[in-house]
Design a protein around this ligand. Structure first.
Ligand code: URA
Length: 408
């Protein structure tokens, strides 16, 4: 078998066999297939798509590239949640502690930022000392003591996703339904949870911008989950407007903590909705009963305490969280009402400030990002601060405000 022939076959839109996919992808993991060859194959997949057989084969190959966790020693139902990624999407940091505080075990295997969308692992690494590479033993021990653990793909768990994910991030090959489904479902199945909830973000600030594609992803992931005997529920939610007010790694952790301490708004509403679904499917209770439990742990501070326990347990020092002290306030050029905030452009801006990667080797600046001081529906007066940039230096940016905010 020859990698160039495999690339050519996909370029012509033909179906690859399990053997061919295995040769290419495991070859990449071993180093016999090079970065440029895998990039080319990934782009051919983006352009020519994959059949369901290819996707199921690729999920199998990804899962078998590492070990599958056996969480049966932990009592109760284990439920995992994943988002396809969006701008300002820090939901995992909120729902993990809420659901764990309700007594449901949350084993979470997360990714780094992808494209302009941030990743939970990068966000957690803005907390000094936070260990995102737990061993299997540490992962299980954390689940037993705290009920919540978040880890990235290690060499043992889905290593193929780890290497392909970081290559996709910098080769314009993120927005592919087969690649997203494979990446997410292989991680979820290797992570050992019994039930899986997936938040599919759809809009200009997400990997998927059209509803038809989001529906295809939903059906695919639910079918893959069912094949592996895991109840999988996919919800499709809007990502045309950034989620919450803060974009950037430390800033997002801070906002997640604010929600756990009682901040209200759309972000809180979505976190409650997803938490209710997770508690409901794990405990087999009604919507109302699940909501009562969720609101109770939010209101009595137990969910916030769970977040602090979770951070401490994974070695993080929450007092170390820092944002840049170099800020620039962007003012409203007119009075009116905020009609729209362009998630994609805000994501690009945050990335250009240093909160995301352009090249695989890039180091993220955890302290930079954007705070949206005005949200959709807010009234603004000429000269009010619309948003604040947290920057690494004093260089002034020449921004066209209408690329970010629509006011009238
Ligand atoms: N999240 C993942 O883990 N993988 C993707 O491909 C997209 C979002």
């Amino acid at each position: 078998m020859n990698i160039v022939e495999i690339i050519n076959k996909k370029r012509l839109g033909q179906e690859l066999s399990h053997e061919e996919l295995d040769f290419a992808f495991n070859g990449y993991l071993k180093g016999t297939v090079k970065d440029y060859q895998m990039s080319s194959l990934l782009m051919a997949i983006c352009l020519k798509d994959m059949t369901n057989k290819e996707i199921f084969d690729l999920v199998d190959i990804f899962i078998k590239s590492g070990e599958v966790l056996d969480l049966s020693s932990i009592p109760g139902i284990k439920v995992d949640k994943h988002s396809t990624g969006g701008i300002g999407d820090k939901i995992t940091l909120i729902i993990g502690p809420i659901v764990a505080a309700c007594g449901v075990v949350v084993p979470k295997m997360s990714g780094r930022g992808l494209g302009y969308t941030g990743g939970t692992i990068d966000k957690l690494e803005s907390i000094k000392g936070f260990n995102t590479s737990l061993t299997k033993e540490e992962f299980i021990a954390s689940l037993k003591t705290v009920g919540l653990a978040v880890t990235g793909q290690t060499n043992n768990l889905c290593p193929l996703d780890k290497v392909i994910y970081s290559l996709r991030d910098v080769t314009g090959t993120t927005a592919s339904i087969p690649l997203i489904a494979t990446s997410i479902m292989s991680k979820k199945i290797a992570g050992g949870a019994d039930k899986i909830l997936i938040d599919i973000k759809c809009g200009n600030g997400a990997l998927i911008s059209n509803l038809e594609e989001a529906e295809r992803l939903k059906n695919l992931m639910e079918a893959i989950g069912e094949f592996y005997g895991k109840t999988t529920i996919c919800e499709i939610s809007d990502m045309n407007i950034p989620l919450g007010s803060n974009i950037g790694n430390s800033l997002e952790v801070i906002e997640a903590m604010d929600v756990l301490k009682g901040k209200q708004g759309k972000l809180t509403d979505l976190a409650i909705k997803i938490s209710v679904e997770m508690v409901k499917i794990s405990k087999n209770i009604s919507d109302q009963e699940a909501k009562k439990e969720v609101l109770e742990v939010l209101n009595n501070g137990v969910a916030y305490k769970k977040f602090l326990d979770f951070v401490k347990n994974q070695g993080g020092d929450i007092t170390s969280l820092k944002v840049s002290n170099i800020t620039e306030e962007i003012k409203a050029p007119t009075s009116g009402e905020v009609k729209n905030i362009n998630a994609l452009n805000i994501g690009k801006l945050s990335c250009s400030l240093g909160a995301g990667r352009i090249n695989k080797e890039d180091k993220i600046d955890y302290e930079v990002g954007i705070v949206l001081n005005k949200l959709v529906g807010d009234k603004v007066n000429l000269g009010d601060t619309l948003f604040t940039l947290y920057k690494k230096d004093n260089q002034k940016l020449d921004l066209n405000i209408s690329d970010y905010y629509e006011i009238n």
